[in-house]
Design a protein around this ligand. Structure first.
Ligand SMILES: [Mg+2]
Length: 419
């Protein structure tokens, strides 16, 4: 698989919006700060570390956040300012490698593999340099995880917060993952977690350790229903640190996307639609989180047809421009499914994705009536409920249209100079 030689960095700004406010308004430093919309309809977009011990977190209704932390200072968000900061940070990342895959305004994967020699230094030294550059040029803290595979890099970065730096070396990935709760694994939402715990798998290492080829009647496999077996064999490589997903820099205009590679090539339309609907929900959630909306829905359909270059497959994209920008998962899902069904299909597919482009601040798109980080009235209640569940249990926990449960990996494309 050749993953052992890769050096992948996950960089994620700490409490991004709230930290910008604390930097720019010294009177807020050391105080609990909530960036979000006004009650009764507003939601939390970011909470400073001082607010988090009170149980304040993003996507929570502001009313609830202020009930938990009455001393918090509520700051209305300034998306334009945050987007400028985001562009500055992305430019710093790109000095380290052209291979930057943004995941949101404040989070990205950076592939250092090819540039490592030119940069001069160990991965850990370069990670330190990246943190120092961000600190020196923006005054903000970024947490950094380094690993040979994406999932481990992200988990390392998350565990290092705040303002941390953790490297997982080649050969150490499985040992790093083993003691972590099974819910940390990509693709394990609330439902899957319950199933896995139900057969005695608590940690990632528990899953990595079972031998699916040689069932032990006393062990988990003896009581695993057939349906769970396919899930286990799908998740097990990841639990052992085998993950060949590449860092995918995108050079198109700003877009928010989610996609998944199926464990097997898929021709079943219900399963394809189910995956698209799940992706549409996830994309919509991120659009709402960032206070933006978009009017172009795009689907990405990768066939199992191999191209001459090793590891490359034929990719088809189809898109549709809506009458008005949206951040509504149902609408995005409806359009994505229509695009899937439009014209002759290059079945079977090995990957499907949904992206929304034509991004603009959500407030502008609702005729200025909606303040930033507030949900537009007609769209809202179900989506708000989904956001709140997803933020508590992870995006895999909720899904609007049935339980396909395909693993999604988020993408965000930003053209240089935008976003
Ligand atoms: Mg962050």
């Amino acid at each position: 698989m050749g993953t052992a030689s890769r050096v992948i960095v996950h960089a994620d700004m700490d409490a991004f919006f709230a930290s910008i406010e604390q930097r720019d308004r010294p009177e807020l430093r050391g105080r609990p700060v909530i960036v979000g919309g006004q009650p009764p309809r507003g939601v939390v977009a970011a909470a400073s570390y001082e607010a988090r011990p009170f149980g304040v977190h993003s996507a929570q209704p502001t009313v609830e956040a202020l009930r938990r932390c009455p001393d918090a200072v509520l700051v209305p968000g300034d998306m334009k300012r945050y987007a400028r900061e985001s562009a500055k940070i992305r430019a710093i990342f790109e000095r380290f490698s052209p291979e930057v895959e943004p995941l949101s305004l404040d989070e990205a994967f950076i592939d250092l593999t090819r540039g490592l020699r030119a940069l001069g230094g160990t991965p850990l030294e370069i990670g330190r340099r990246l943190k120092d550059a961000v600190r020196a040029e923006t005054g903000l803290a970024v947490s950094v995880g380094i690993a040979p595979v994406k999932m481990a890099a992200k988990i390392a970065g998350d565990l290092s917060k705040p303002d941390g730096l953790i490297e997982v070396r080649p050969g150490e990935v499985a040992a790093f993952l083993a003691p972590l709760p099974i819910s940390r694994l990509w693709g394990v939402g609330e439902v899957t977690e319950a199933s896995l715990r139900g057969i005695g798998l608590q940690t990632i290492g528990d899953l990595a350790g079972i031998d699916l080829a040689r069932p032990d009647p006393r062990g988990p496999r003896g009581v695993v229903p057939r349906a769970l077996l396919s899930l286990l064999s799908r998740l097990q490589p990841l639990s052992r640190g085998e993950d060949d997903r590449e860092v995918e820099p995108e050079r198109e205009a700003l877009s928010y996307g989610e996609e998944n590679t199926f464990p097997d090539d898929v021709s079943d339309m219900d399963r394809l639609r189910d995956a698209l609907i799940g992706h549409a929900d996830a994309v919509a959630r991120r659009l709402r989180h960032d206070g933006v909306a978009g009017d172009v829905v795009r689907v990405k359909l990768k066939t199992s047809e191999r191209l001459a270059r090793p590891g490359r497959y034929r990719l088809h994209t189809r898109q549709e421009t809506l009458e008005a920008p949206t951040q509504d998962g149902r609408e995005i899902g409806r359009v994505a499914c229509a695009l899937l069904e439009r014209g002759r299909l290059p079945l079977p597919l090995r990957l499907v994705g949904v992206a929304v482009a034509g991004i603009r601040p959500a407030s502008a798109s609702i005729g200025g009536q909606m303040s930033l980080f507030e949900k537009p009235k007609p769209v809202a209640e179900l989506d708000r409920a989904l956001d709140s569940i997803a933020s508590r249990f992870g995006a895999g926990a909720v899904r609007r249209g049935g339980g396909g449960g395909e693993k999604a990996s988020p993408t965000l494309g930003v053209k240089r100079g935008e976003g």
